[in-house]
Design a protein around this ligand. Structure first.
Ligand code: ADP
Ligand code: ADP
Length: 231
């Protein structure tokens, strides 16, 4: 589903250049739950932004679900991104003036889904993350863990083929972190492919595969039996 070959990403600042990704090759299959680990500055977010079609790269190839996304237009990239990819960020990135339901319906507004179906699908996504009883709350009236659950519902409402999470529990306590990881494991059990960036080894224990990054290159790629969270 994700197939990248020799991806290079170079940041240019004035006369300086910095190679953030140094010919990275990697493939991720449908149904995997992968964590991307590595120290700060090793290129995790850069990789995530490229895989998520938020950012371009300097050389190499990227096939997403069989489509060569290396040289397509910005419009086409945005279209594929909205259809194929859901994002969850450390800082939630919710709309403060909208209620929970409206936040989750938002991706469907861009997706031209009819109004009635938008609501049905948003409610269904919120029920999946255990927030079916918080539809009309404003996002500043709920806890951090609930905010992240709203963000997850928003990320999956379009039924993307891959869910990308960048330090999704970085702002949460350990109990809430477990709740979020349980939701990810449930979604993965149902078939959602998940790629999660983290710098915490305990988080990687919940995933089936861990890819370690160092200095913009793949250092280690391992499959382990994940720690399961009971319901
Ligand atoms: P990580 O997510 O592992 O902390 P990043 O992908 O954020 O690593 O960064 C990799 C390297 O690229 C770092 O040296 C970082 O400072 C640099 N970098 C990231 N984004 C930019 C940018 N927009 N402009 C310049 N340098 C950047
Ligand atoms: P993360 O926790 O995702 O690694 P960072 O704090 O490294 O976040 O970076 C936050 C944002 O700043 C990112 O969008 C990244 O691309 C950008 N960035 C990181 N390093 C640099 C840099 N040296 N110069 C410019 N932008 C940078």
């Amino acid at each position: 589903m994700i197939e990248i070959t020799d991806i290079e990403k170079i940041y240019r600042m004035g006369g300086e250049t910095l190679t953030a990704l140094n010919k990275v090759s990697l493939s991720i299959q449908e149904g995997e739950f992968t964590s991307i680990m590595g120290p700060s500055g090793s290129g995790k977010s850069t990789l995530m932004n490229i895989l998520g079609l938020l950012d371009r790269f300097d050389s190499g190839q990227y096939f997403l679900n069989g489509t060569d996304v290396s040289s397509i237009s910005d419009t086409e990239r945005a279209h594929i991104r909205n259809k194929e990819i859901g994002f969850v960020f450390q800082s939630f990135n919710l709309m403060a003036r909208m209620n929970v339901l409206e936040n989750v319906m938002l991706p469907l507004v861009y997706g031209k889904v009819p109004r009635k179906e938008r609501k049905e699908r948003a409610v269904e996504a919120l029920e999946k993350v255990g927030l079916g009883d918080r539809l009309n709350h404003l996002t500043n009236e709920i806890s951090g863990g609930q905010k992240q659950r709203v963000a997850i519902a928003r990320a999956i409402v379009n039924r993307p083929s891959v869910l990308m999470a960048d330090e999704p529990t970085g702002n949460l306590d350990s109990k809430t972190t477990e709740d979020i990881m349980r939701i990810f494991q449930d979604l993965n059990d149902e078939g959602t492919t998940i790629v999660m960036v983290t710098h915490e080894p305990e988080m990687a224990e919940y995933t089936k595969r861990t890819i370690h990054f160092r200095d913009g290159a793949l250092q280690k790629d391992e499959y382990l039996v994940p720690k399961r969270l009971s319901k």
